[in-house]
Design a protein around this ligand. Structure first.
Ligand code: SER
Length: 314
């Protein structure tokens, strides 16, 4: 029996590229993309697409039954910066959508779930360098709180109801196809767009704000890899630390200057600086590397090459 996949929030930054990748692996007809509107026309026209509200259990259940879904990737979420503007909306979306898919699995409508957590689960009291898998976690953003408590619920559903839920703590994800929305790490994408369009960028974080980052191809690779691993090898059922590179806005600017020597950067930190100050600088992801053979491919130099090359084409 072929396993059918539902991607919830498929029009987003990660969801859109995950859809393409999963369709190439499992076949177009086995991967159903869903979101709350038809705005992403490329996605809507490239395979099966359904309108599904992640906050609506019935709409999710109907879609799962219609296509005989086996696995859900829940990619809908409100990110850190937008979450600070709309705390209750962020809480409702991030928690209700997670409970909906966990309960679908508990009721055996689906067998397997992917749910992303984030470096935002950590907070100002967490050790910042090589942040370990198990450490102090006192997030001070609503987004981080939803991810931290979400991790607890994932582990709970795994232990109590045997739900096969798998998760990774994504760092900032760098991509050129679909823009991110409302994250604190978004500067690291915007900077390439502005470098090409205007030759300058005004960054909302200070020049030395170091954060963990990852190129989209690595993030998709990690997602596919944890989901195709043998269930016994997934020993952590809250969420895995995941790491590729760490850098500062100044280091990105320097890497861009190697291609665009006249590129200028200025710094005007705003409320997102407070969010970034609470997050780790670098992550220890030994468990992911040991348990399911995670390995990254892209460093900052490769990321910059690829971002400038692909964005220049568009
Ligand atoms: N990229 C996310 C954000 O900045 C972190 O998970 O909110």
């Amino acid at each position: 029996m072929s396993s059918k996949i539902l991607i919830v929030g498929a029009a987003g930054q990660i969801g859109s590229e995950l859809t393409t990748k999963l369709r190439s692996i499992y076949g177009k007809d086995n991967v159903i993309a869903s979101d709350i509107n038809y705005n992403n026309t490329e996605l809507v026209n490239s395979g099966i697409f359904e309108i599904v509200d992640a906050k609506d259990y019935v709409s999710l259940k109907v879609c799962c039954e219609k296509y005989n879904i086996d696995t859900i990737y829940l990619m809908a979420a409100m990110l850190s910066a937008t979450g600070e503007k709309y705390p209750m909306k962020a809480w409702d979306l991030n928690m209700e959508s997670l409970f909906n898919v966990l309960n679908l699995a508990k009721a055996k409508f689906v067998n397997k779930i992917f749910w992303p957590s984030s470096i935002a689960v950590f907070g100002p009291t967490t050790p910042k360098e090589n942040t370990p898998q198990y450490t102090i976690m006192e997030p001070n953003t609503v987004y981080g709180m939803t991810k931290q408590v979400g991790e607890r619920w994932c582990q709970y559903y795994n232990e109590k109801y045997n739900v096969d839920v798998r998760s990774i703590r994504y760092p900032g994800i760098i991509s050129w196809k679909t823009l991110p929305g409302g994250g604190t790490t978004d500067y690291a994408i915007d900077i390439y767009h502005k470098a090409l369009a205007e030759g300058k960028y005004n960054c909302f974080l200070t020049e030395d704000t170091e954060l963990p980052m990852m190129f989209m191809d690595d993030a998709i690779e990690a997602t596919v890899s944890i989901m195709s691993a043998n269930s016994d090898s997934i020993k952590i059922r809250s969420s895995y630390n995941l790491s590729a590179v760490s850098y500062t806005p100044k280091q990105v600017a320097d890497s861009i200057k190697k291609h665009i020597p006249d590129f200028k950067i200025s710094y005007t930190p705003d409320f997102r600086q407070d969010i970034a100050n609470g997050w780790p600088k670098s992550i220890d992801d030994t468990e992911a590397r040991n348990d399911w053979n995670w390995n990254h491919s892209f460093d900052l130099k490769l990321i910059t090459n690829e971002m400038l090359k692909q964005l220049a084409k568009n």
